[in-house]
Design a protein around this ligand. Structure first.
Ligand code: ZN
Length: 253
């Protein structure tokens, strides 16, 4: 990543809070290699095409995030047709689970470790308080544990904060082959991906795709301490990588 100047580096990688600059959690976490992402890039026509798909897919993810967070805030947002299935699956999830949001899109700061981040939702879920992180990926990846442990650690610096759970709420939508072969088709950023929902993909099936269906997966993450150690290690590496810029920031580095 190239930065034209210090201001550009600071704006891209952090937040200024009360006159102090903090690196942001998502920037720190990005130091970790993502082999699946390289494979995705390699599978596309060229780098620019892969970037376009990735950016469009991120936009779709943001739209789902914003819509669901508005609903959690008690608003009644307009729901674009493209994401109706996933939003309707989320509304079903809310009927089946008691979700009481306390904070949505809230900035959290760790003064102890010097970083900041924005969490999706601090909520009571079926009577337990925790961080609910919304993802629009096709699976729940271990990396999500690193990011969410950083939010929990920052929240724990608030005196009287009770023990917190960590959940990933994965929201997605896909179509299934109505021939019964078990294939699943997912369209993200205009890119179509067909995979076996379980077992091996039947290459002989002339797939016929059913309606777009929303998916909701809730998972509680274990191993907070292990994930936090990984986050702090990532932070150390991130600081080493950006030593040149960090050395020019006169507040705590
Ligand atoms: Zn099929």
């Amino acid at each position: 990543m190239y930065y034209s100047n210090l201001k550009n580096f600071m704006a891209t990688n952090g937040y200024e809070i009360d006159g102090i600059w903090y690196p942001r959690v998502t920037s720190i976490v990005s130091i970790k290699a993502k082999p699946a992402l390289y494979k995705f890039y390699a599978d596309q026509a060229n780098f620019a095409a892969a970037d376009a798909i990735k950016n469009k897919s991120a936009e779709e993810g943001t739209l789902i995030h914003e819509t669901v967070e508005a609903i959690l805030k008690g608003e009644t947002p307009e729901i674009p047709d493209t994401i109706k299935p996933v939003v309707s699956a989320f509304l079903d999830f809310r009927k089946q689970n008691e979700v009481v949001p306390h904070q949505i899109e809230t900035r959290v700061v760790s003064k102890k470790h010097h970083y900041a981040g924005t969490l999706d939702c601090l909520a009571e879920l079926n009577g337990q308080l925790g961080v609910l992180d919304i993802k629009t990926s096709q699976a729940i990846y271990r990396d999500f544990g690193i990011q969410t442990s950083a939010y929990i650690e920052a929240l724990r610096e608030t005196p009287s904060m009770p023990p917190l759970k960590r959940w990933i709420l994965r929201l997605d939508q896909a179509r299934y082959c109505i021939k019964g072969c078990g294939a699943k088709m997912r369209e993200k950023g205009g890119n179509i991906k067909i995979r076996a929902d379980r077992g091996k993909l039947n290459k002989d099936c002339p797939h016929v795709w059913g309606d777009l269906l929303g998916e909701v997966e809730l998972r509680e993450l274990p191993d907070f301490e292990k994930d936090l150690r990984a986050f702090l290690a990532a932070k150390g590496l991130w600081e080493w990588e950006h030593d040149y810029w960090l050395g020019q920031i006169k507040n705590g580095f």
